[in-house]
Design a protein around this ligand. Structure first.
Ligand SMILES: Nc1ncnc2c1ncn2[C@@H]1O[C@H](COP(=O)(O)OP(=O)(O)O)[C@@H](O)[C@H]1O
Ligand SMILES: NC(=O)OP(=O)(O)O
Length: 309
């Protein structure tokens, strides 16, 4: 089967040491899938990492120094290289240790967005690390940025997150899949670009859940699996009456989204992306699960499967 794995940026840790350790878990799950004979494409998140890169330049910048401020699309491209390197390294080492002869490659990927997307006026995508309320108030005052509370975990900066329309490097991605390689693409949702005479980077961070749904459609994936930090999608999340869901029909999912059952910028885009994939590919399967339970979830024994009505 052709499996598109979307890997959450929050599951990759907050610094290179933590990330290098955590990608080893991801690499094991991914190589297990490849060993079972599946073709695997990975789209990773970059929320914490792109924010970290942006802050590093902001903190180091000084009018007299040679350290420039770094535009968000460039920060996004750096996050693709940084996370792509760690994933490629860990997957490559895992393949080597199991004597499996499969290549792994990362593609710097640009994702086309609409310059008139309303999202440019309403930032919703959380990036960077989590802050206390006091730190958030201070940063809003100092930098004029927008910050919101993120699923009970603290406050984070939010930036514009337009919807993906197309993936510039899609043909190269398909070529690599045909060559049997494990492909890492559209990292962080892809570097957002708008089409004029050519493609031009724009200040935003695309939700990797929507880009991975788009890429899953473009490559005609059999399974679209979103791996994150929770085992299943829940209703009444974080409340005493919290309930895990093993299946979710398109209509149920849309109803729950309407009732704001899922965290904005966290679980809601995952459910919406899964719904969009199943709506456009009724024969495909969309699952939301934890990294540890990836293989079990594909076998139908874990996670939340989103089905047609
Ligand atoms: N209804 C819900 N069910 C399960 N998790 C939820 C729900 N609403 C919000 N969440 C939160 O969303 C998180 C996943 O989103 P996020 O951390 O942004 O994803 P990513 O793994 O892509 O970085 C979960 O770990 C959980 O804390
Ligand atoms: N770009 C993106 O969606 O990143 P996260 O998965 O880290 O939120």
């Amino acid at each position: 089967m052709k499996i598109l794995v979307a890997l959450g940026g929050n599951a990759l840790g907050e610094n290179p040491t933590a990330q290098l350790k955590l990608v080893k878990h991801a690499a094991k799950s991914i190589v297990d899938l490849a060993e079972e004979g599946h073709q695997v494409v990975i789209v990773h998140g970059n929320g914490p990492q792109v924010g970290m890169i942006q802050s590093a330049f902001e903190n180091g910048h000084d009018v007299k120094s040679t350290i420039p401020l770094m535009p968000l699309p460039e920060c996004g491209s750096m996050s693709q290289g940084y996370i792509g390197y760690h994933l490629q390294n860990a997957i490559g080492n895992e393949l080597l240790s199991k004597h499996i002869d499969i290549d792994v490659a990362t593609i710097v990927t640009q994702t086309v967005v609409d310059p008139n997307d309303a999202a440019f006026k309403h930032p919703t995508k959380p990036i960077g690390r989590f802050h206390t309320k006091d730190e958030a108030d201070q940063l809003i005052k100092e930098l004029g940025i927008t910050m919101v509370e993120d699923s009970g975990r603290g406050y984070r900066q939010v930036v514009a997150s337009p919807k993906p329309i197309d993936i510039v490097e899609k043909e190269m991605i398909k070529t690599l899949i045909k060559s049997k390689a494990i492909v890492i693409a559209a990292g962080g949702g892809g570097i957002p670009v708008v089409k004029t005479e050519g493609y031009v980077g724009v200040s935003a961070v695309i939700d990797k859940d929507f880009s991975s749904a788009k890429l899953a459609e473009l490559i005609k994936a059999d399974v679209f699996i979103i791996l994150t930090a929770v085992n299943k999608v829940c209703i009444n999340f974080g409340k005493p009456e919290q309930k895990e869901l093993s299946t979710l029909t398109i209509s149920e999912a849309k109803g729950y989204i309407k009732n704001n059952e899922f965290g904005k910028g966290s679980m809601e885009p995952k459910v919406a992306a899964a719904v969009s994939f199943v709506e456009n590919n009724p024969l495909g399967k969309a699952i939301i699960a934890s990294l540890e339970q990836a293989s079990l979830a594909i076998a139908g024994k874990a996670g939340t499967t989103i089905t047609i009505d």
